[in-house]
Design a protein around this ligand. Structure first.
Ligand code: FES
Ligand code: FES
Length: 162
């Protein structure tokens, strides 16, 4: 269509072609273009982390990034955590540790947690995790349980089971 650009996104292992206008943010391309609504829009200004996804293995705020700049990129959203009907260790850990209340921040928390656990440059103490997760705001104040959940999923994620 006029003014649109065709891009390819590899989302949770599946290739998708999308026609987007140059001003469409990646978050809206996922939510509205691909109906992947697990990724949430909180502030829409890069300040809450609700929209966190992985792009080529790195966590980003998808509300701050234009879809057209991601042609060909590999994207993982919260929908990609579950494999073959099996919950991801982070999903199990968030459940076991009551790491959410309203749940609005949870997808973003888990996606950034995945990046944090996979980043060997980030220390492993609770303080290190809190610091690395500081861009993910939880209005319900579930921080203590979120950190506990992330720590408990560490060995499963590092062990390559995730
Ligand atoms: Fe993207 Fe808040 S919605 S950081
Ligand atoms: Fe409600 Fe975090 S669980 S915002």
């Amino acid at each position: 269509a006029e003014g649109k650009q065709r891009i390819t996104l590899v989302v949770n292992g599946q290739r998708h072609q999308l026609d987007v206008t140059p001003n469409v943010i990646l978050l809206d391309a996922l939510r509205h273009g691909l109906q992947l609504t697990g990724t949430k829009k909180g502030c829409d200004h890069g300040q809450c982390g609700a929209c966190t996804i992985l792009v080529n293995g790195t966590s980003i705020n998808s509300c701050l990034s234009l879809a057209v700049t991601h042609d060909g990129d590999e994207i993982t959203t919260v929908e990609g955590l579950e494999k073959d009907g099996q919950q991801h260790p982070l999903q199990q850990a968030f459940l076991e540790h009551d790491a959410y209340q309203c749940g609005y921040c949870t997808a973003g928390q888990m996606m950034n947690a995945l990046a944090v656990l996979q980043d060997d440059d980030i220390g492993t103490s609770d303080a290190d995790v809190r610091e690395a997760m500081s861009g993910n705001i939880c209005r319900c104040g579930a921080y203590k349980n979120i950190v506990a959940a992330i720590q408990s999923a560490r060995s499963a994620v590092k062990g390559g089971k995730a």
